[in-house]
Design a protein around this ligand. Structure first.
Ligand code: TYM
Length: 343
């Protein structure tokens, strides 16, 4: 169904989002936040804190706003400049929920049923999950397309959701005879940081919901905690190989090499060239140095931003207004295309 060819001629625009649920980790940073900061120099960028997605699982009303500020602080600390990019929270812009409803009527249940993230998350308890969790990727399509975004920087786990966004865009365009109305948004998933795995199990994604804190490096971890977690990271009995081919079938080592490459801004091949034959003790010590050097300024900046919640709120509110100015006319056009009276 997905067709990557489109004759869409509108402006290029970047959109992405992160959920305000729990502490962010190295996977979020390398898969998303780091790319957010890089892209803002070349393209128009809109970065959202997706609080509507967060409430698909119950969130304590007493902490939701603070969790949202926490993610805003992480965006800024990772280098997103509010003078260059919009940073706002999703619930402040009504276009998201409105377009999500229209897309619920465009997306097919068969498409949503295929979403592996929902299946992985609910396991055998699908009947107890909220309806919102089920249609979560439809809201994600609305997020992106409310801005006619053309590029979406995300980690690899979001690939299938992006395919759904493209299918929805294409079906809307086809059904209503508006071939170039929505672009087919392109995921930006390159580089070694796109799939950071657990430090305790290289076959499992690094995740906020892993019960073991040792499995992930949190953006709030201090230098000691980072070094300790890397020292304890799972390895095998060999040493650092010389070629990419030799990394095959060694997921824990491949993960550490990928993390090293992403943090040091070099290729995995270069990491191997520098450390081939090294035992894991010294390799982990070198990796800890690289990680602390990259992460310590972020942790530090984050606490500085969090110390001034009023300033964060000003940034979020101002960007929310600007985001609405972009999305509202697009959703007004959608209303006209659908044919509502008074649209
Ligand atoms: P969320 O909040 O789960 O994750 C935020 C971003 O972090 C990436 N990520 C990873 N990247 C590499 N390795 C990992 N181990 C890892 N874990 C998480 C995710 O791919 C994501 O880019 N559905 C989205 C939020 C969303 C969104 C959107 C994204 C809502 N609307 C529109 C893009 C466009 C999510 O739950 O991300």
């Amino acid at each position: 169904m997905t067709d990557s060819t489109t004759t869409y001629t509108g402006p290029e625009r970047v959109f992405s989002g992160v959920q305000p649920t729990g502490a962010l980790h190295l996977g979020n940073y390398l898969g998303a936040l780091k790319k957010f900061a890089l892209l803002q120099h070349d393209m128009e960028c809109i970065y959202c804190i997706v609080d509507l997605h967060a409430i698909t699982v119950f969130q304590d009303p007493k902490t939701l706003a603070d969790q949202t500020r926490h993610i805003a602080a992480a965006y800024l600390a990772s280098g997103v400049d509010p003078a260059k990019a919009l940073v706002y929270n999703q619930s402040a812009v009504r276009a998201h929920t409105e377009l999500a409803w229209y897309f619920n009527c465009v997306a097919r249940t068969g498409w949503v049923n295929r979403m592996t993230q929902f299946k992985d998350k609910v396991g055998k308890n699908a009947e107890k999950a909220s309806v919102g969790l089920y249609t979560y990727p439809v809201l994600q399509a609305a997020d992106i397309l409310a801005f006619k975004a053309t590029h979406v920087p995300v980690g690899e786990d979001q690939k299938q959701h992006l395919e759904l966004s493209r299918d929805i865009a294409q079906k809307f365009n086809n059904d209503f005879g508006v071939p170039n109305f929505f672009p087919h948004p392109k995921p930006l998933i390159d580089g070694p940081g796109a799939k950071v795995m657990s430090l305790r199990d290289g076959t499992k994604k690094m995740s906020k919901s892993d019960p073991s804190d040792a499995s992930r490096i949190n953006l709030t971890d201090d230098a000691d905690a980072i070094a300790k977690k890397i020292r304890k990271a799972k390895t095998d009995t060999g040493d650092v190989p010389a070629t990419m081919k030799e990394l095959e079938g060694r997921p824990d080592i491949a993960n550490l090499v990928g993390i090293y490459a992403a943090l040091a801004n070099i290729s995995e091949k270069d990491v191997l060239a520098q450390h081939a034959g090294s035992q894991f003790g010294p390799f982990k010590a070198a990796l800890a140095d690289v990680a602390v050097e990259a992460m310590a300024p972020i942790t530090d900046l984050m606490s500085r931003y969090l110390a001034d919640p009023d300033e964060l709120d000003r940034i979020l509110s101002k960007a929310g207004d600007k985001a609405a100015e972009i999305a509202d006319p697009i959703v007004a056009d959608v209303r006209k295309i659908i044919g509502f009276r008074g649209a």
